[in-house]
Design a protein around this ligand. Structure first.
Ligand code: IPE
Ligand code: IPE
Ligand code: MG
Length: 250
């Protein structure tokens, strides 16, 4: 498909989403869990379509955690196949709509066909500037932090910025800003090892909506919730936060 237009470098909010509840959505309807995952992929498509118009510049979606390998082999196989098919079918749309796609997480344990689909999608969409879409597959924030720490030279004194850049390198993706808003569907209120460093000052929005049902109205609600929050970053209410650490300056 032909690229139709291009915008300047994506700016705007970084929203992370823990897309939870596919299995329960399916079970509640007497369907196999796989059906929930398939519906979940449609919800991803909808969200990616509507995100840029809502001021989102970076969207990081938790698709498969490194702990999800503990699930039955059949479910894992199904999910990996679904990711491969989704990447193959969505790449052309991403190119046309200016979406840059990256997959973060480990690549060495994925099936070769999935790794190839990831590489192809990343190359084809590299010029996208309207939305930076990051899909986390075989992702563990703790493992990413450990791997980044292992990359530090022995005498290095990393700053927050330099360590964040290192994290993006171990994630195989261009640097992304800190997460502004973290949404978790499915009713659980936990992070499940997602973007622990990047969410240091994220606003958290938990919703009981199961992921396959998540729609534009849910996104609008989450964003309205976010815009109603006062972000202080440790400073006092109503003052412009000075984001430089001051401990060493006193
Ligand atoms: C999220 O839905 C998708 C993945 C973790 C891969 P779940 O599969 O965790 O759905 P529930 O939480 O069992 O309903
Ligand atoms: C988190 O969901 C991982 C993804 C959404 C990909 P889980 O369903 O795996 O998390 P827990 O087990 O409830 O913490
Ligand atoms: Mg779950």
């Amino acid at each position: 498909m032909q690229r139709t237009w291009q915008e300047p470098e994506a700016a705007g909010l970084h929203v992370g989403v823990i897309m939870d509840g596919n299995g329960r959505w399916a079970t509640a309807r007497g369907l196999p869990r796989a059906a929930g995952h398939r519906e979940g992929a449609d919800a991803v498509r909808r969200l990616v379509e509507s995100a840029p118009a809502t001021g989102i510049g970076t969207l990081t979606l938790f698709a498969f955690s490194s702990d999800n390998w503990r699930r039955p082999g059949r479910e894992v196989q199904w999910l990996l196949r679904l990711f491969r098919e989704h990447l193959r079918t969505e790449t052309a749309r991403c190119v046309v709509t200016g979406v840059r796609l990256n997959v973060i997480g480990r690549r060495d344990r994925m099936p070769r066909s999935l790794a190839a689909a990831v590489g192809a999608a990343e190359s084809a969409t590299a010029a996208g500037r309207r939305l930076h879409l990051r899909i986390a597959i075989d992702y563990s924030a703790r493992d990413a932090i450990l791997r980044a720490a292992q990359c530090l030279p022995p005498d290095a004194v990393p700053s927050r910025d330099s360590f964040a850049r290192l994290l993006s390198i171990v994630d195989h993706a261009p640097p992304a800003p800190p997460v502004d808003l973290l949404i978790r569907t499915g009713g659980e209120q936990r992070l499940s090892d997602f973007l622990l460093w990047e969410c240091a000052y994220a606003e958290l929005h938990f919703t009981p909506r199961m992921w396959p049902d998540f729609d534009h109205a849910d996104l609008a609600r989450a964003l309205a919730d976010f815009h109603g929050r006062e972000r202080r970053f440790g400073a006092l209410p109503g003052t412009a936060p000075d984001l430089q650490p001051i401990a060493g300056r006193i």
